[in-house]
Ligand binder design. Structure first.
Ligand SMILES: C[S@@+](CC[C@H](N)C(=O)[O-])C[C@H]1O[C@@H](n2cnc3c(N)ncnc32)[C@H](O)[C@@H]1O
Length: 249
């Protein structure tokens, strides 16, 4: 596994080489779209690199790249990873924070199963369940996290508007959770779809964090509509202005 500080530099304009090297023959029982998917996987340099370096997913590189740019994760910090399976982001977070089985600092949640990641407490649970926030806090031993990450994505329906709204909703709930539990100075990262963060959510983040950015890491497929919102410098619950009261009062 590569040191996260020195991952191999992607080739050519900051991106990995995308030259097609492996051709997949169509096989009986395999649809044309699954043949295309397999061909893309086999030829995706980030998939190859993830396998070689021991990352659970190519998504690990997205967090590595976001963190290299924004310096969010630090040793000793507590991290919550929403939508954690198969575990790439958990691996990155555990490695940087120095989380161990005796001093676990990272908690992941997903409704899918996930093989254990060293130093990570995993909850197989729907984050949208009412008791999920309490379960996450209990798993953190009652300590507030310094970083809340969300790579959650709903299974795509192919209907763009539905997929956009579902992901936007997941991001909104993740942001509300972050604002409820983060330590002052903490950070929040979440997947959003192109077009960025919904206005209300962006306003919430700007109100509660010192800085808000959007980023499309080089390892995020160019054709994918995903990007990430990064909010840094959580102001703390008391510092948030009482805008609601002012406006409605
Ligand atoms: C893109 S994957 C995450 C990949 C992960 N960051 C990694 O590096 O391996 C998105 C995950 O979000 C999960 N997810 C979506 N909605 C969720 C929810 N409501 N509660 C928990 N997990 C959810 C999915 O099951 C899926 O595993």
């Amino acid at each position: 596994m590569a040191d996260k500080k020195t991952p191999d530099k992607p080739k050519g304009k900051g991106r990995a080489d995308t030259g097609l090297k492996v051709r997949v023959k169509t096989a009986r029982g395999r649809t044309a779209s699954s043949t295309r998917w397999l061909q893309r996987q086999l030829n995706d340099p980030y998939v190859v690199k993830a396998r070689k370096e021991g990352w659970r997913s190519r998504a690990a590189f997205k967090l590595i790249e976001i963190d290299e740019k924004h310096k969010l994760l630090k040793r000793g910090q507590r991290v919550v990873d929403l939508g954690a399976a198969p575990g790439g982001w958990c691996q990155v977070a555990a490695r940087i924070t120095g989380s161990t089985p005796t001093n676990p600092l990272v908690v992941g949640i997903d409704f899918l199963e996930m093989d254990a990641v060293t130093g990570v407490t995993f909850l197989q649970k729907d984050f949208l369940d009412e008791d999920a926030p309490a379960a996450l806090m209990a798993a953190l031993g009652g300590h507030n996290p310094d970083v809340v990450l969300s790579d959650m994505a709903s299974p795509t329906t192919g209907h763009h508007k539905t997929d956009y709204l579902r992901t936007a909703y997941l991001c909104e709930v993740a942001a509300a959770f972050a604002v409820d539990v983060l330590n002052p100075g903490g950070s929040f990262v979440a997947k959003v779809f192109r077009g960025g963060t919904e206005n209300d959510l962006l306003a919430l983040l700007k109100q509660n964090f010192a800085q808000v950015f959007h980023i499309k890491p080089p390892s995020s497929r160019q054709e994918s509509v995903e990007m990430y919102v990064v909010a840094k410098g959580f102001k703390g619950r008391r510092a948030a202005p009482e805008a609601d009261g002012d406006e409605t009062g």
